[in-house]
Design a protein around this ligand. Structure first.
Ligand code: CP
Length: 316
């Protein structure tokens, strides 16, 4: 169905639309508790595990006065009896106004959006995209750097399977970034995303070394987890899982405006003693998920920035 307002891919968003959603998220940061979604139902269908994405979407819905239905584990649903994704989406769209879904298959959210008029929000589809994470990442970058333009972004770790870094590259195409891709050969940025950079005149440099000299020019250091669940060969996972660990002493040459982001969860890739440096920003980044997702839910429901600004349902 092409007439709904689903958020399936970050690639569809213009610079203006991204900045508009940033403005809306800022309104929600100022006043997160309202009744603007009173009477609405948000469904959260998580076919893969999640802590932040699901809980922040559900918190966003609850803080705006909507009610939430859904599941956190497909084992408790009729998909275990053989019900297809198509039939599941058709059923849930009868019960809800927005469907937030995470699925292990690339393209699952797009497929769902073609089945129903109910807006679909892609909360992660395999190794493909994670657009709501990207919007909160952009909000955090804007918050910490004062701009999205002309920044040096260093992406580190699992660039092969990392859907958050794939979405971030696409979103940043509007803002003249310079990327540094830091990954072992086994987890290097896939050719299709490097091709995307070429097609959109995005500068990038690839590194295999990860040390204080390599990261000294970063405005944003975006760390990622090596994702065990995406490997078919666990021996290969064991070989690369601890290949890059950011340690406090690696930050001695960091720029003063550097902020370290991570979509989380982290495993070993950021040492605990980095947490209390002025550069660590990943917990604030996760907190921003609430405001970005309040904006996303409102936007897919057709609620405008003006309506949010003039909203009379603010509680506190
Ligand atoms: N960043 C992120 O997607 O976290 P969760 O897997 O916990 O939702």
């Amino acid at each position: 169905m092409s007439d709904n307002r689903s958020l399936v891919s970050i690639a569809n968003l213009s610079r203006e639309k991204i900045l508009y959603l940033m403005e809306m998220a800022r309104e929600f940061e100022n006043h997160p508790n309202r009744k603007i979604l009173d009477g609405h139902i948000v469904a959260t269908l998580f076919f893969e595990p999640s802590t932040r994405t699901r809980l922040s979407f559900e918190t966003a819905a609850n803080r705006l006065g909507a009610r939430v239905i859904g599941f956190t584990d497909p084992k408790v649903t009729s998909s275990t009896k053989g019900e297809t994704l198509k039939d599941t989406i058709m059923m849930v769209s009868n019960y809800s106004d927005v469907i937030v879904m995470r699925h292990y298959l690339e393209g699952a959210a797009l497929y769902a959006s073609e089945l129903t008029h109910t807006p679909i929000v892609n909360a992660g589809d395999g190794a493909h995209q994670h657009p709501s994470q990207t919007l909160l990442d952009l909000y955090t970058i804007l918050q910490t750097q004062g701009t999205l333009d002309n920044l040096n972004l260093y992406l580190v770790g699992d660039l092969k399977y990392g859907r958050t870094v794939h979405s971030l590259i696409m979103a940043m195409r509007h803002f003249n970034p310079t990327f540094h891709f830091i990954a072992p050969r086994e987890l290097a940025m896939p050719e299709e995303y490097k091709q995307y950079c070429h097609e959109h005149d995005i500068r990038f440099v690839e590194h295999e070394d990860f040390n204080e000299d390599v990261i000294a020019g970063a405005d944003i250091l975006y760390m990622t987890r090596v994702q065990r669940e995406r490997f078919s060969d666990l021996m290969e996972y064991e070989r690369v899982k601890d290949i890059y660990i950011l340690r406090r002493e690696m930050l001695t040459r960091a720029k003063s405006n550097l902020r370290i982001l991570h979509p989380l969860p982290r495993v070993n890739e950021i040492a605990q003693d980095v947490d209390d440096t002025p550069y660590a920003y990943y917990f604030q980044q996760a907190a921003n998920g609430l405001f970005a997702r309040e904006a996303i839910i409102c936007d897919v429901l057709g609620i405008t920035l003006d309506e949010v600004r003039n909203d009379k349902t603010i509680l506190f």
